[in-house]
Design a protein around this ligand. Structure first.
Ligand code: AMP
Ligand code: MG
Length: 324
């Protein structure tokens, strides 16, 4: 009698509670850690959705990695100085988006930074000689990158030029992965690729809590309560080496052809990851004054900057929420 009561109760309760749970997975992709966590009532579907996130990240990596000789981007770098190279609509659109941020920032964001960037090897502490660096720096300039939307081709105006989407591709990939989860009806999730994260919904009744790392330590300096938002951090501690007290790191000021050194970290909040990603790199190059001026002129975008003295600076909307 009690057994049948138990079974009947179980049959009644099972569909009511649906056994929803948090599911998570992480993988090393795009030279970084890709992480997904989502709330779902079906373990098999959750596993498929998480696999979909990883597959999408890997697909974009195969298309846009400068290190994979078979990628479209590598083909552009190989051939676009000789003749226009036709690319996929997807790559073309992202290059166009990158150029939008170049226009917006007076060239602080510039994917042709790679003309000099590729000469640095941070892991092996290698950098170009002075002459080599100056010659390569003269090749930077997004205006010499010709885009033809009709033929969907890219062409380099100067031999020796290179492009790299490292400042925007991870954000783009996060947005793509999030679109897949949204289309599948997921209501609570986080997708992260390195310093770029996007949140779907909240953490079930509470906001997601995301920390901004101390640029010279492991602890968090600030923790932000967020939901339905994208957040990206660019820092000079991600890939670097030091020589004679000077830090050579992966964010290049196109005007100097050398690492940007006015800030230690920049965090940008926006609706989409592609914008947060591009803007965090952009503001890092622009420095505190010009960076804050730019972010304050953009609707729906906030920023937290840590300058070289360790001082934290905020965009106006975070200081005075009535501004937006
Ligand atoms: P993030 O961590 O998003 O700031 O991206 C840093 C990456 O952006 C670097 O590893 C480079 O691949 C790329 N990058 C560096 N400097 C620039 C620049 N001035 N404009 C565009 N992309 C850049
Ligand atoms: Mg970025």
């Amino acid at each position: 009698m009690w057994v049948s009561f138990f079974i009947v109760s179980l049959i009644w309760i099972w569909p009511q509670c649906g056994f929803s749970e948090w599911y998570k997975r992480d993988e090393p992709i795009m030279g970084t850690r890709v992480f997904v966590e989502l709330w779902h009532d079906d373990p098999a579907k959750a596993a498929l959705l998480m696999q979909g996130v990883m597959d999408e990240m890997e697909r974009i990596n195969q298309l846009m990695s400068p290190y994979k000789t078979s990628s479209e981007l590598a083909r552009v770098n190989r051939d676009a100085a000789t003749a226009p190279v036709q690319v996929s609509q997807e790559l073309f659109d992202l290059v166009q988006k990158a150029n939008h941020y170049s226009d917006l920032s007076g060239g602080a964001f510039d994917i042709t930074f790679a003309s000099v960037g590729h000469q640095f090897d941070y892991r092996n502490r290698r950098r170009p000689g002075q002459q080599e660096q100056a010659t390569a720096a003269a090749l930077i300039g997004y205006r010499s990158l010709k885009l033809d939307p009709v033929t969907r081709t890219l062409e380099f105006g100067k031999p020796g030029m290179r492009i790299d989407l490292g400042g925007i591709a991870k954000g783009y990939a996060v947005d793509q992965a999030v679109s897949g989860l949204l289309a599948a009806g997921v209501e609570h999730a986080i997708v992260t690729a390195g310093g770029d994260s996007r949140l779907i919904g909240d953490h079930r009744g509470r906001p997601w809590m995301l920390g901004i790392k101390h640029p010279r330590g492991e602890e968090h300096v600030i923790t932000l309560p967020l939901s339905d938002s994208a957040i990206s951090t660019s820092g000079d501690y991600e890939r670097f080496f030091e020589e004679g007290g000077v830090r050579f790191h992966h964010i290049i000021d196109p005007a100097k052809g050398d690492s940007a050194r006015e800030l230690l970290s920049v965090t940008v909040l926006a609706e989409h990851s592609v914008d947060a990603d591009a803007l965090s790199t952009t503001l890092f190059v622009l420095g505190p004054q010009k960076g804050l001026k730019l972010v304050n002129s953009l609707a729906g975008v906030s920023a937290i900057l840590i300058d070289r003295t360790g001082k934290v600076r905020y965009s106006t909307d975070l200081v005075d929420p009535t501004m937006h």
